[in-house]
Design a protein around this ligand. Structure first.
Ligand code: CLF
Ligand code: SF4
Length: 288
């Protein structure tokens, strides 16, 4: 059983994603320092140099930890209510662990008040969760879309783990096991784990209530059921987008078991500002 300290809760009260009340007051900044990914989600289409799209996986540029720190200093100056620095891609924060860790360390040195946040598919959690805890990161999001390897085989094209490429139920099973182990470990250490679930009609939608029950049992703090965005160029481009009605019905049902996030904006990997706004282009770093 973990025990969170009062100052940890004070952090969470300033986190715009974890606290509904905070999202009108506090801004977040994503550092796009994690370009690579170790799995292939069929709904993913990562794009660079994209200024017009706002969704996960999109960024105008990938930054080194040093340029992320420099950008942070400029942003913090201009946006004093910036409370959270998050690493959410454009690939996976833990598939780029060296960069993620260095960026967090640099910003910690530059500013002691920042709250750190990571978003991951969870594959590498058994390897890096202890270091995440040691680094003082108190908020981690894990995207977990199914508890069934058979369903996972429909969602993930491949899982690249410890130098080997796995497909089908084998890959999905490894991913699932690591996600569950990682969530339980982090929650046990007092980390607030948010579980994102992409709701995909006729693929995993019927499983979502069970997923929510399971992650609650593992100690997750809340779930964020997100609609599928059938992005052009992704393998799920032909699937229907999840309607707000379907989404809200599912959230209502799952709320009976666990707190639901309802104000997610499915942000870009370089988003800056309040959740409802994106000021990333204002802070674009000219290259060269
Ligand atoms: Fe970023 Fe994610 Fe942290 Fe928030 S976003 S890493 S928890 S600081 Fe927030 Fe954006 Fe939704 Fe994510 S609104 S996509 S839930
Ligand atoms: Fe794309 Fe994220 Fe899935 Fe990786 S984990 S394939 S970046 S959606």
């Amino acid at each position: 059983m973990s025990c969170r300290r009062i100052d940890d809760w004070q952090q969470t009260n300033r986190h715009p994603c974890y606290s509904e009340a905070a999202h009108h007051k506090y801004a977040r900044m994503h550092l796009p320092v994690a370009p690579h990914c170790n799995i292939g989600c069929n709904y993913c289409n990562r794009k660079y140099d994209c200024v017009n799209e706002s969704r996960p996986g999109v960024t105008s540029q990938v930054l080194t930890p040093l340029s992320a720190e420099q950008k942070f200093i400029v942003v913090k100056e201009k946006i004093p209510n910036l409370s959270v620095v998050g690493i959410a891609g454009p690939g996976d924060a833990l598939a780029n662990w060296e960069s993620t860790r260095e960026a967090v360390k640099r910003i910690k040195q530059a500013n002691r008040e920042m709250i750190f946040c990571l978003s991951t598919n969870g594959l590498m959690l058994p390897h890096y969760a202890p270091e995440i805890v040691e680094l003082g990161i108190k908020h981690v999001t894990v995207t977990l879309n199914t508890l069934q390897p058979e369903t996972g085989a429909k969602i993930y094209r491949f899982v690249n783990y410890e130098g080997r490429n796995y497909q089908g139920t084998e890959g999905a099973g490894i991913l699932l096991q690591n996600q569950l182990t990682g969530i339980q470990y982090l929650a046990g250490q007092g980390i607030l784990v948010k579980v994102n679930i992409v709701m995909i009609k006729d693929i995993n939608d019927h499983e979502i209530p069970e997923i929510v029950k399971k992650v609650k049992q593992l100690g997750a703090f809340m779930t964020n059921i997100m609609p599928l965005i059938p992005t052009a160029g992704s393998a799920f481009a032909h699937l229907p987008a999840t309607s707000m009605q379907e989404l809200n019905q599912m959230r209502e049902l799952c709320q009976l078991d666990l707190q639901q996030m309802r104000h997610c904006q499915q942000c870009r990997a370089d988003a800056i500002g309040l959740l409802g706004e994106d000021r990333s282009q204002e802070f674009y770093i000219a290259e060269g």
